[in-house]
Design a protein around this ligand. Structure first.
Ligand code: NAP
Length: 344
């Protein structure tokens, strides 16, 4: 495949309320350094984080202007002279924090996020350090594989990064976004029970089809944390907290003694009302999770292949050219699972 001189890309030039700072333009194809790999990107997907970067609401390090998007998958086109891990034709998926290889995240690695600090994946071609890529699962398409970079790996880290989930334990997931649905799928594959919440009756049916053991409508049942606790006599071992201010009070009611609340997101605001002393009265662990390492991603890929897990992609899939419509679509919260983007 011949590589053109320029490519199409989405650049975040500035921040405003209407995604106006997200610009579709011609960009360069970076030169491949000796430890780098040129990838023809064919699939991408969006995360809530991708939406709030151009909106100016993202609280973590950024270096604008930057090519948007953390989630990407495609095929290796060329490798630098010192690359040993990859060869032309390998199918790969991007690592979110390019510097987070294994173990606890370092300060430097926490500032190596694609589509935030480093140029991301909403483009036709990307050049990455050879350590910033992971082999894509053989059972997934490029768009499916792309969804693993952020939502997939975050779920995996939440379930296995501190106190690994065991068969027979119970996991609570909130809403039907990417992180929550990956957690549901990983937990069911591990032989755990899943309690899921949603605001929608139609989505409740889909959650049951995916294997959720109990589904609670969090709009109708404001005290859903207590309700969740009553569903399982032994209580909830892992709560995957994505709502922040809107959900933490109920998550604290749901978690069992010695259980873990993984603080992942803040879809419902960032100012929870509960005192930190609640952690003592609930005798639980509250843990912040920031995506995950390459070592964890390799383990996750193995589990996805062994269990033939297919990421849940919303029925509406976009193209690179129409990616801004994907941002607007996801912002309205009509999606179920991941919003996918194909790249020609
Ligand atoms: N810490 C990390 O490393 C990390 C990594 C990935 C994501 N995140 C964060 O995790 C959160 C989820 O990300 P995502 O990409 O999965 O989001 P997403 O796909 O945009 O999730 C949207 C869904 O979340 C549900 N939701 C919204 N408000 C809710 C509330 N108050 N209570 C319960 N559910 C609610 C809704 O489900 P229903 O329509 O079913 O009601 C909505 O459709 C975001 O805040 C994101 O920034 C953090």
């Amino acid at each position: 495949m011949s590589v053109p001189a320029t490519q199409k890309q989405w650049l975040i030039e500035g921040q405003d309320n209407d995604f106006k700072g997200l610009v579709y333009q011609d960009g360069p194809i970076p030169k491949v350094g000796e430890n780098e790999v040129l990838v023809k990107l064919s699939g991408a997907s969006l995360n809530y984080r991708d939406l709030i970067i151009p909106k100016g609401m993202y609280p973590f390090p950024l270096d604008l202007p930057v090519v948007a998007g953390s989630d990407g998958a495609g095929e290796v086109l060329a490798v630098g002279s010192k690359v040993t891990t990859w060869k032309q034709g390998d199918k790969v998926v991007t690592l979110f924090n390019q510097g987070h290889q294994f173990g606890p995240i370092s300060d430097a690695a926490s500032k190596s996020g694609l589509g935030g600090v480093l140029d991301g994946t909403l483009r036709q071609y990307g050049v990455f350090n050879e350590n910033g890529l992971v082999r894509a699962p053989a059972n997934l398409s490029h768009v499916e594989a792309a969804t693993l970079t952020c939502a997939g790996l975050t779920s995996w880290n939440a379930l296995y990064g501190l106190k690994p989930l065991k068969p027979g334990e119970t996991v609570l997931v909130q809403g039907t976004g990417g992180v929550s649905l990956f957690t549901l799928q990983f937990a069911k594959a591990a032989g755990a029970r899943v309690i899921a919440t949603t605001s929608s009756a139609a989505k409740a049916e889909k959650l049951k089809q995916l294997g959720a053991d109990f589904v609670i409508n969090y709009v109708e049942d404001k005290n859903w944390g207590e309700t969740a606790r009553k569903c399982v006599p032994d209580g909830i071992d892992h709560v995957i907290e994505v709502g922040g201010e809107a959900t933490l009070t109920q998550s604290l009611k749901a978690v069992k003694f010695e259980g873990i609340i993984s603080i992942i997101g803040f879809l419902g605001g960032t100012q929870p009302k509960d005192s930190i002393m609640e952690v003592l009265s609930r005798i639980c662990t509250i843990r912040g999770v920031y995506v995950g390492s390459k070592a964890q991603m390799v383990e996750m890929v193995a589990a996805i292949e062994a269990n033939d897990i297919k990421p849940v992609i919303d029925q509406k899939v976009f193209t690179l050219e129409t990616a801004k419509e994907a941002y607007e679509y996801m912002w309205k919260k009509g999606h179920f699972g991941k919003v996918g983007i194909t790249i020609e």
